[in-house]
Ligand binder design. Sequence first.
Ligand SMILES: N=C(N)NCCCC[C@H](N)C(=O)O
Ligand SMILES: O=C(O)CCC(=O)C(=O)O
Ligand SMILES: [Fe+2]
Length: 326
Amino acid sequence: MGSADSGSQLPIISIAPYWDSQSANTTEREAVSKALHAACVEYGFFYLDISQCVDLAEPEELARLAREFFALPQVEKDKIALKHQDFARGYQRLKENVTNGKADNHEGIDIYRPVENPDKSRPLWGENQWPTVLGFQTKYEKWIEKMKKLGMILMEAMAYGLGMNAEEWRDLRAQVDDSFWVMRIIGYPSLPDDHDGFSCGAHKDYGCLTLLYADPTKSALQVFLRKRLWINADPIPGCIVCNIGEMWEIWTNGLYKSTLHRVVHRGTNYRIPFFFEPNFTARVAPLPVAGDTPNEVYKPIVYGEFLMKKVGSNFSVDPVPGGKHD
Ligand SMILES: N=C(N)NCCCC[C@H](N)C(=O)O
Ligand SMILES: O=C(O)CCC(=O)C(=O)O
Ligand SMILES: [Fe+2]
């Protein structure tokens, strides 16, 4: 059993005061930043109200396109399989994703930030593989642009929430200004009762911010609270579900924790998480502003190396010639 708790106990924060740079209202922005700080300390998860910023008919259309793709015969979907590229970009069959050693009951397409000189023999460095469904790529690319903008705005709002000044934000911004973002398009069939595992097993996200457009299915996404209780993060109209990845945990020296979450999807539907991440070459280390956080000491990492290890253990097929990382 998950829990009877409703996901609405997670805070709802409107990003509108930061979205429109013309109508900057300092008091409103400060309130947003404060709310983000509190949400990150307490939950690592929050609802972001984007109804004044983004037309939510757009992701509904994306979900329709996803449905069209995932309804295709397996041979058609396999034409854009991971193995035709760098074992990271492209289509993954049902149960090809692995979390905590168990097959996840979902299929998906992963799209990453394109690179200048693609080389599919290099991990993560191939080309994206797009479905040929009419309008698919163009419409998803529009969404990516919006989510990149949203990710950066949210980073700024969070930086101020953490107590950074303009100069400190400028330094942090330089670590994410060429985000090695990822977008996943996930198809969830109904989780069978006898499946040994989850629709997606419990994990933390890797980078900065996950911006999830979720289908309306209830009790699908579950979040592990600090008080060691799983709650549902059911979608709220006008909002996306956001959570912070492990890079925020490092930057804040553990003050913000990246929260475990899992998916138990009993419907059949599609979800589109967008992961706003640091630059591939970013060196991520505890920030001076988090200096007086007691106890935990996080070691600096290079984001691209960190990501490569994660992706290297994500699939049941061996993703890297010569073996898995770690
Ligand atoms: N980029 C992100 N966050 N992708 C989703 C991660 C899903 C969990 C993954 N199989 C794992 O075991 O880490
Ligand atoms: O589908 C969801 O609700 C969450 C998916 C997720 O956690 C992920 O892809 O990292
Ligand atoms: Fe996740």
